[in-house]
Design a protein around this ligand. Sequence first.
Ligand code: NAP
Length: 495
Amino acid sequence: MTDTTVHDAAIIGAGFGGMGAAIQLGRLGFTDLVILEREDDLGGTWHVNRYPGLAVDIPSSTYSYSFEPNPHWSRLYAPGEELKKYASHVADKYDLRTLMRFNSVVEGAVWDAENEHWTVNVAGGERLHARYLLTATGFLSQPKMPDIPGIETFAGKVIHTTKWDDSYDLAGKKAAVIGTGATAVQLIPEIAPTLAELTVYQRTAIWVTPKSDAKIPKRVRSMYARVPLTQRIVRGFGSGVLEVLMVAAVLKYRRFKIFNKIAERVAKRHMARQIDDPELRKKLTPDYDFGCKRPTFSNDYFKAFTRDNVNLETTSIERIEPDGIVTSDGNKTTIDTLILATGFNLWDVNFPAIEIIGRDGRNLGKWWRDNRFQAYEGVAVPHFPNFLTLASPYSYSGLSYFTTIESQMKHMKRLFGEISKRGASTFEVTSEANAEFLDRMTEKLEDSVFALGSCSTARSYYFNQHGEAAILRPTSTINAFREAGRFPLDAYSYA
Ligand code: NAP
């Protein structure tokens, strides 16, 4: 089926990134927008992830659009379903639902130079056209299935945390969780009391610091609703703390590594308060620097390992059999439920999440892999006219994803303002501007924990196959916002 209309823009992804882009394009006067979403509803990660214990771990007043504060968060760190509800509220308020097409799996997009538009191919044979293409496909959106020998022979229930099965009753089950990342840290304490036995397979330990969470009293929520300025102040405070953490403990490690050492001490003391057994503590203590890998926050993760029905296994997995897991020492643990908290594949399949073919047949995924992962200001790539890639190398700015979204919205405002002023039909970032940006980011990374810290054993997804930590924009968010509003207009060519 071919839709012959040339839409103003096609946005891929109906999560917070895609919705932010749609809101901005609407403000800029574009009315014919299509948002294509592979899932059956909006909300991105907050729709897909529904595992027990799911919650945001950036303060909620900060983890939201600044222009759409939500006074109703029940906790300082809201549970996952409130994020999903907030996403629905935003979609309704900004009338985005009518633009969304669910269950639309985009297979690829090709630049049509003659007609100056993108052709987007949707699974099932549908094609549509749009002047502009924006991909907001998220960073952590391609679940990773571990390639452990024999996994396909397992006869019990297998659940990846991104496909939680609410109808499956865990009560009395003998389960294994593979993985000890941020997801497992939230999940394990929630499910441990229900299970008969739980074995956690840890390949790499994770830094866990306390989570200063609390209920937000009703009177505070009504104050946020009546006087939004009060919540803005809380947001500002939260953003400030996150900014200091990000800049000092991650980006300016050369000068501030004391922050990392303090954080490590806090995490170790946190563990010592909850676990008496020195052997167990040793196993749970990471051997890489704080900041190399995304740290986590929990008040009950360590406690879970002191339960009689929970066992931590650090011997590597050799194979999976129909009724259990065999480790390299020959021991077998019998299980009936296998929970994969094994995270996401970013560098092989997610940058980009779909095949994108630009000018002169350039394939974005291939070009990134053959050269280096790069995107001007985290949004644009030479040879890809009228294209903004919102989940890109060097685009993630700050710790709250909303900082990234809103700085990208600001970039769009300046760029599309110029396009309109010139009456141009196409834009494309210049190779020079792109190269200058990449050089600058590369240089800035030299001060970061990724370059100077002891990260080799972290197995952090921040690093790509070339050993570059090319996700986070290694500047302050203040810098990201400033550049979004002031980047040189001749960084793009217009025609
Ligand atoms: P992750 O951090 O990538 O962790 C995956 C875990 O699975 C790691 O412990 C990894 O071990 C293990 N693993 C993967 N393949 C394995 C294999 N073949 N054998 C043994 N172990 C294997 O994934 P995640 O926990 O889903 O978290 C991903 C990101 O999602 C987080 O960093 C965070 O950004 C986000 N997240 C956010 C929240 C929130 O509250 N906002 C909550 C959850 C997740 P290795 O480390 O050894 O590879």
